[in-house]
Design a protein around this ligand. Structure first.
Ligand code: 57M
Length: 359
């Protein structure tokens, strides 16, 4: 909004010319989201506590989690507020991709909110059924895939990391591929959100990686130099991803061990879908499997655990899935699991950026 309000006056006050630059607006979107989370965090914790929106901790989890019972959750509402305000304030609202990514973030956030609401406020312990939750996500994912497919000039080619010149055209199949990326990432982040800061750390790191990927993909000269697909207008997603980084750091201030606030499904589902959508729009969809490798490994650990459990009449590969619980049951203190996952996430983010040159 500020871009519209202030940039036109750059002919009078030349300093306002700065609003033209995506880099400037990305930094200030990040700082705005960070400040909103930092300043409103205590109020959110008090409000959620007062309304008894406390976490119910299942008794079949690691024993160390029992102390977490009652921790205020649905803190994802604060993350969404910070990201929305910062993006609407600093983003170019004439850019269709900004609205697409905001629609997905709010849409998946609404699904998560409904699940949290039923579980925590209506005390229906299971919340939404897995089928209805997944069904709503798939509908939203297909809607976004269709919108992008029919957008004039949007490419249905998929670039493969490390392999220059390999970019198969999925045609109409791209709609389903885009939906898979968005829904898969949303659920993978949801599964990862099982220790203090374990999800928001890698989400923040992945968002920072997509700040860079959005910027270079939307810059015609840099995209040409790097020989990556140029997506006109996608650079504006750097502002949105910058807001994700700021909101993530601000939320982590309260979610770090021992957590004062959990994000809830309203946070995990929306953040995962936001990352998936940014990856689809910037045409770095497969690269997201590397950037968000922590989420992939966590989700695969569940798939293999449940699959093996079924075919082996009850035997397990891991002590418990998702993988973070396996390390907890091996005796790793919670903070050790969390920080080691963050270190791996940072490594994967840097490795992902290196693929821009290793082609
Ligand atoms: C998301 N939710 C956390 C919190 C957070 C099929 C199966 C793998 C599904 C999976 C599952 O239920 N996943 C749902 C994970 C929960 O966190 C809440 O959920 C929100 C995110 N969706 O924001 O509101 C618990 O996680 C802990 N937590 C923290 N700090 C945080 O910052 O400590 C969360 C955020 C919270 C808190 O204890 O209560 C969760 O784990 O439920 N199920 C599981 O993950 C369960 N694993 C399992 O069933 N494994 C079996 C299967 C695979 C056959 C096996 O290995 O044999 C584990 N989770 C729990 N108990 N809570 C183990 C059992």
């Amino acid at each position: 909004m500020l871009y519209y309000l202030l940039y036109p006056f750059h002919t009078i006050f030349s300093a306002l010319n700065v609003f033209r630059y995506i880099t400037f607006r990305t930094i200030y979107a990040s700082l705005t989201a960070l400040l909103i989370c930092l300043l409103l965090g205590p109020w959110a914790i008090r409000k959620l506590s007062r309304h008894d929106v406390g976490q119910y901790v299942r008794d079949d989890g690691p024993a160390t989690h029992s102390v977490k019972t009652g921790t205020p959750t649905m803190g994802g509402l604060l993350i969404l507020l910070a990201v929305l305000v910062a993006t609407l304030l600093w983003g170019n609202l004439g850019n269709v991709y900004v609205w697409v990514v905001l629609l997905v973030t709010v849409g998946f956030g609404a699904i998560g909110f409904l699940d949290d609401y039923l579980k925590l406020i209506k005390r229906q312990s299971r919340g939404l059924t897995a089928k209805s939750k997944l069904g709503m996500q798939i509908v939203l994912g297909l809607l976004v895939g269709t919108m992008l497919y029919f957008r004039p000039g949007f490419e249905t080619h998929v670039s493969v990391p490390f392999l220059k010149g390999v970019s198969p055209d999925l045609g109409l199949g791209y709609i389903f591929f885009a939906a898979f990326v968005i829904v898969g990432t949303s659920n993978a982040v949801n599964l990862t959100d099982g220790l203090d800061g374990l999800a928001i750390g890698p989400v923040t790191i992945a968002s920072a990686t997509y700040v860079v990927l959005s910027y270079v993909t939307g810059h015609v000269k840099i995209a040409e130099y790097l020989q990556i697909q140029y997506v006109a207008g996608s650079g504006e997603l750097a502002v949105f991803c910058g807001a994700l980084v700021g909101a993530g750091m601000g939320f982590l201030w309260y979610n770090t061990y021992p957590a004062q606030l959990f994000m809830g499904d309203v946070g995990s589902l929306s953040l995962g879908a936001a990352l998936g959508t940014a990856a689809v729009i910037t045409k770095h969809e497969i690269l997201l499997a590397l950037v968000g490798g922590i989420f992939v490994v966590e989700a695969l650990s569940v798939i293999f655990q449940v699959g093996f459990f079924k075919v082996s009449n009850g035997r397990r590969i891991f002590k418990m899935a998702p993988l973070h619980h396996h390390f907890e049951l091996k005796g790793w203190p919670e903070p050790k699991v969390i920080v080691r996952f963050w270190i791996i996430a940072i490594f994967l983010g840097l490795l992902s950026l290196s693929t821009l040159k290793l082609r």
